[in-house]
Structures are given as structure tokens and as C-alpha cells.
Design a protein around this ligand. Structure first.
Ligand code: ATP
Length: 306
């Protein structure tokens, strides 16, 4: 079943085209990571899904219903962590939750939710005294009210320390395991990489790549980098490494040789060095990160459109 569907969405703000004929589909049970540089159109997309603004062209549906004509019915089924949310200064955390629970007609226990997001001790303090991270946790707890079928999270890690970001990931996973579909935007590659089934990369209002992290890596032809520390970087050993099957992009430093290797080529490179005249002192491997992919895709796009 399709939960989110954007069909040819264009959004113009005067002369600025924030979204340009965007198509996007998220299926039930998916965790979808929505990535893009500043100004690429992520918040605009989320605002359209939430019916805060309307597209210039195209149609957005949630659970098969038009987001504009069925907004009331849809609202009961989604939990939202907006980009910027103004809490009510004079209300306590508990009161914020009581209000949300009542307006959603849900039966959650406010304390249970505050415990879930790690701020039970702040339940009876007014929100004006909350730190940025505490506010983010409170707003997340409000998004969880009523066990929504879909969670829409705009930059959920904003204001969270590393511990908070890890807890956020755990909550997202838990919610997904209970059956919720998750759509979240992020700049934090590790977070997306750790938990997403699929990611979409938005640039200038257009989706320039969309797939699993694994497939995106394959498409980009990004390879593992093997770095070898040796007693001496001789022309002979560099030559021997270069001639190993699956090796490309050989670069050398004072006492090291770095190569890009295809799957399964590592042993051959190491064996080659070990049977040469130089001594292999250390080696390490690093895979291309999502950050590398992101940079490669968005740079390509910029260069392509320049
Ligand atoms: N209300 C508005 N009026 C005019 N231009 C707008 C408005 N909202 C967004 N834009 C423009 O639309 C484009 C997309 O903005 P949007 O906020 O959706 O990007 P974003 O990917 O969410 O960025 P960020 O990561 O910085 O939050 C930008 O060029 C922005 O300046």
C-alpha cells in the first residue's frame, strides 16, 4: 500500500521554483530518508504534505487521499515533528501532551511518552525553561501520540546531542517495528545510513537520485579505499600493486599507498606487497560514506546545470 505519493509537484514562490515536477512514492512500512542541501526544497515538500501550503501544480496524496481535500481525516493518522515548532511558554510538558492527546482523541499516558523521549523529570516544568534538545524531545513525544500510521520528521536531530540523536534513531526504529511508515529529512548522513530503507536526494527541487544506500553506492561506482603503510614506497611495489586485478586510483604518500579496490581484491593486494621486497606495516580500509555519495550527486547536478 502506498502511503505518500507526490505526483508532478511544482511549487513556485514568485520567481523561485522551490519544487520542480517532483514525483515521489513511499510505501507502507518504509523508513524513507529525504536528503538535500539547504534550500533544495525539503521543507517545502513537507509543508505541502501537511497541507500548510499548496502546490502550484501536481497532486499530493497520503494514504490515497488528497492532502488538501481530506486534511482533517489525514491529520489523525500522522505524527509530525516540524522544522520549527513554537511551544507554549506557560504550559508544562505534561500539559502540551494532554492537549495533543485530547485534540487527537487518543488515550496515551503523558508520563509514558515523556519517559519514552527521556524527559520525565521535566514533566511539570513550563516549556519556556526547556533547552533546545528538550523542546525537540517534547515535540517528538507529541508526534508519537495516538500511534500514528505515518511519522513525518523534519530534521529530527536538530538540537540533540549525540546521545539524543541515538535515542531518536531508536525511537524511529521502534515506531517502524510497530508498523509506522517514517519519512524524515536530514543532513546527517550517518543517521540516514543507519536506519533508512531508501533515500531520496533532492537538489534544486528535483529528485536526482533515489534508491537503497547499497544501490546508490553501486550506481556511483564508489569503491572501498585500501590504505597500506609500507617500509618503503618503491616504484617496483607501486607497479606491482597497480597490476593487481580490481585495483584503480593508486596514490602514494611518504610511507603509504592508497588504492581503490573492487570487492574481493583486498587479499591479492596484500599478498602482492607481502611477497615484495618492502615490508607491509599496517593497512586499513574505508568505504565511501553516504556523505561522499551526496557530495558526488549534488556536485554533478550543479556542474550539469551550470
Ligand atoms: N515562503 C517562501 N517564500 C519565498 N521563497 C521560499 C519560501 N519558502 C521556501 N522558499 C524558497 O524555496 C526554496 C526551497 O526552500 P526549502 O525551505 O523548502 O528548502 P530546504 O531544503 O528545506 O532547506 P533547509 O535545509 O535550509 O531547511 C528556497 O530557495 C527557498 O528560499
Amino acid at each position: 500500500m502506498t502511503v505518500i505519493k507526490l505526483d508532478g509537484i511544482t511549487k513556485k514562490f514568485g520567481s523561485v521554483t522551490a519544487l520542480d515536477n517532483l514525483d515521489l512514492t513511499v510505501e507502507k512500512g518504509e523508513i524513507y530518508g529525504f536528503l538535500g542541501p539547504n534550500g533544495s526544497g525539503k521543507s517545502t515538500t513537507i509543508n505541502i504534505l501537511l497541507d500548510f501550503i499548496q502546490p502550484t501544480n501536481g497532486q499530493a496524496t497520503l494514504f490515497g487521499q488528497d492532502v488538501h481535500t481530506n486534511s482533517a481525516a489525514i491529520r489523525d493518522r500522522i505524527g509530525v515533528l516540524p522544522d520549527a515548532y513554537d511551544t507554549y511558554d506557560r504550559l508544562t510538558g505534561r500539559q502540551h501532551l494532554e492537549f495533543t492527546i485530547e485534540s487527537k482523541g487518543a488515550s496515551d499516558d503523558p508520563m509514558e511518552l515523556l519517559e519514552r523521549v527521556g524527559i520525565p523529570e521535566a514533566a511539570d516544568r513550563t516549556a519556556d525553561g526547556y533547552s533546545k534538545g528538550m523542546t525537540q524531545r517534547l515535540v517528538l513525544s507529541m508526534a508519537l501520540v495516538g500511534d500514528p500510521d505515518l511519522l513525518i520528521l523534519d530534521e529530527p536531530s536538530t538540537g540533540l546531542d549525540p546521545n539524543g540523536a541515538r535515542e531518536m534513531r531508536e525511537i524511529i526504529m521502534e515506531q517502524n517495528q510497530r508498523g509506522a511508515t517514517i519519512f524524515f529529512s536530514s543532513h546527517i548522513m550517518e543517521q540516514v545510513e543507519a536506519i533508512c530503507d531508501r533515500v531520496g536526494i533532492l537538489s534544486n527541487g528535483t529528485l536526482i537520485a533515489e534508491d537503497s544506500i547499497h544501490e546508490l553506492r553501486q550506481q556511483m561506482d564508489t569503491k572501498t579505499t585500501l590504505t597500506l603503510v609500507v617500509s618503503d614506497v618503491t616504484p617496483a611495489v607501486v607497479d606491482a600493486v597497480q597490476n593487481c586485478t580490481g585495483v584503480s586510483n593508486v596514490t602514494t604518500g611518504n610511507d603509504q599507498i592508497s588504492v581503490s579496490i573492487a570487492d574481493g581484491s583486498k587479499a591479492a593486494v596484500i599478498n602482492t606487497i607481502e611477497s615484495s621486497a618492502v615490508e607491509l606495516q599496517d593497512f586499513s580500509t574505508s568505504e565511501a560514506s553516504l556523505e561522499d555519495l551526496f557530495t558526488a550527486y549534488t556536485t554533478e547536478q550543479t556542474e550539469g546545470s551550470a
